[in-house]
Design a protein around this ligand. Sequence first.
Ligand code: PEP
Length: 249
Amino acid sequence: MCRKFFVGGNWKCNGTIEEVKKIVTTLNEAEVPSEDVVEVVVSPPFVFLPFVKSLLRSDFQVAAQNSWVRKGGAFTGEISAEMLVNLGVPWVILGHSERRALLNETNEFVGDKVAYALSQGLKVIACVGETLEQRESGSTVAVVAAQTKAIADKVSNWAHIVLAYEPVWAIGTGKVATPAQAQEVHFELRKWLHDNAGAEVAASTRIIYGGSVNGANCKELAAQPDVDGFLVGGASLKPEFIDIIKSAT
Ligand code: PEP
């Protein structure tokens, strides 16, 4: 089963209008493999989404960095899935470790968010990953399996989900997982999907890696059989994001 390489850029809470214009110009001028080979999705902060969408080349897509767990209404400060759909935003990142850790998003809450976003027609980049403490205590696979199960409990169709394995100790630290470490967890996640969601889901779901990916380390990671792309934070704000997109080939 062919899984198209996927490269997401998570801009997090960064950027001014001038910086955003500069990043988009760099992306628009880049020569990258065609959209048949690599799917590129960038995720600016909410306030820049319509602006970026209007300027961005048509072969790249945009994602929101979050969406509310159910229908919009009296939830001050939240953005609903319906609003994103209304704006023509096709993707949303959910379950990022920064939100799990800083905003106390539980596995169950993330599962509910994924299910609601899918029900409204969004495609989801769903993040899972262990802390350093969890890795050192040998519970990496159990942690990511529990996070994935909380999604699987609420969702039966995985066609519009990309699963992002992002070890917390690798995010924004410059401490990237080795290709072997990434491959080991991606293999276990695919096995988990096989055993719990079926062979077809396991074969077709893209499992991407995130955590200090850059222009220098992406090639070796991309060569791993179960690494189907990347979710990139810091380096997605820099021209080296283009090299990461090119690691698809
Ligand atoms: C992220 O925030 O999803 C991420 C992977 O960040 P960084 O690439 O900066 O580690």
